[in-house]
Design a protein around this ligand. Structure first.
Ligand SMILES: Cc1cc2nc3c(=O)[nH]c(=O)nc-3n(C[C@H](O)[C@H](O)[C@H](O)COP(=O)(O)O)c2cc1C
Length: 331
């Protein structure tokens, strides 16, 4: 299985974290094309919608071969439904892994006892893990958690329970649900989680720059990292983290021409996936691609240009604006 394959080679796992509306097929293809990521986690899908044969939801698990290996994340609170959904996803897309979302803090999710709410009921979480594992056979099962719901030490008792139930990899975001995205991911507690876990454990949270991968791995001794916001607007993240592990200015290795080439390739794949209207939903990626922190430079006059960029309605308009970008950055 992919987890052991990497770990047996004495390597750390560099993974793209699941992000709703972001880690879709188009984005995962771009991350793969650039290289460096060992595995990509696709955005969460609802187990309830999957078992109802909702076409749009099942379509969210479609992928192209170039994205492999992938892990598909599912969410839900009913063990039988989760098991049936996992089996359906396996039949439909045959991913290299299934991941259970036990970390999402969003009210729409937790109000149905999905996501991080499961950390309040370890018995139910264990039942879900057991049934999903039974439904997917040899396919690796992972669980994505936070430190806890409100108590930052819940993971200490929660990890052994989900491991015992059959989880083969744990990824942990170093915040509680109560924290949402405030404060900082607690890497010291992630180190404690690594000591407790008997299965491989991936660290997550606030690894925003490629050189921080080495930092978090040194501090936590984790088996790898899961990168979310750091990879938005920076699909080069994994390549840079592996090639220039200690360079805090690694992003500057990406030339403006290369940035433009990848933005265009990503836009085209996005439009292939969602149709012509897709250019409107692509704006969310554009706003990440052109943040100063992602470019690694402050460009005079870029604010007004950014305003135009996030209003584009066609690929042709995007092309023209990117030509302007190349002129601006060389000035
Ligand atoms: C836009 C967005 C969507 C997300 N969607 C998911 C999701 O579908 N499943 C999940 O487990 N976590 C989701 N997350 C949480 C991230 O995977 C990650 O745990 C969190 O952002 C912390 O990591 P970071 O500091 O690297 O961003 C999402 C985060 C963002 C910013």
């Amino acid at each position: 299985m992919w987890i052991n394959d990497i770990i047996q080679k004495n390597k750390k796992i560099y993974a793209l974290s699941p992000m709703a509306d972001m880690t879709d097929s188009a984005f995962c293809q771009i991350v793969r094309q650039i290289g460096g990521a060992d595995i990509v986690f696709r955005e969460m899908v609802s187990s309830e919608a999957i078992v109802r044969d909702n076409e749009k939801t099942l379509g969210m698990t479609d992928f192209v071969e170039a994205e492999r290996p992938i892990v598909q994340q599912i969410f839900g609170a009913n063990p039988t439904t989760m098991a049936r959904a996992a089996a359906k996803v396996m039949e439909h897309a045959n991913p290299e892994g299934i991941d259970i979302n036990m970390g999402c803090p969003v009210y729409k999710i937790t109000s149905n006892f999905n996501g991080c709410a499961l950390m309040k009921d370890a018995d139910l979480a264990a039942k879900i893990v057991k049934e999903v594992k039974a439904a997917i056979g040899n396919t690796p099962l992972s669980v994505k958690i936070r430190l806890g719901w409100s108590d930052p030490d819940t993971f200490k008792t929660f990890i052994p329970v989900v491991e015992q139930a059959g989880a083969q990899l744990i990824t942990i975001h170093g915040r509680t649900k109560a924290q949402g995205y405030s404060g900082k991911s607690d890497w010291a507690r992630i180190a404690e989680a690594k000591n407790i876990a008997t299965v491989p454990l991936l660290a997550n949270g606030d690894i925003h720059e490629p050189h921080q991968v080495k930092e978090v791995l040194d501090q936590t001794n984790a088996d790898g990292v899961l990168i979310a916001r750091g990879a938005l607007g920076n699909p080069w993240f994994f390549y840079l983290a592996k090639s220039f592990p200690e360079d805090s200015h690694a992003i500057q290795k990406i030339t403006p021409n290369e940035r433009v080439r990848i933005i265009m390739a990503h836009a085209q794949k996005h439009v292939e996936q969602y149709g012509e209207r897709g250019i409107v939903t692509f704006r969310k990626h554009l706003s990440w691609y052109v943040k100063s922190q992602k470019i690694g430079a402050i460009i005079p006059g870029i604010k007004e240009w950014r305003g135009k960029l996030v209003r584009i309605t066609s690929i042709a308009e995007l092309e023209t604006l990117l030509e302007e970008f190349l002129i601006m950055i060389k000035q």
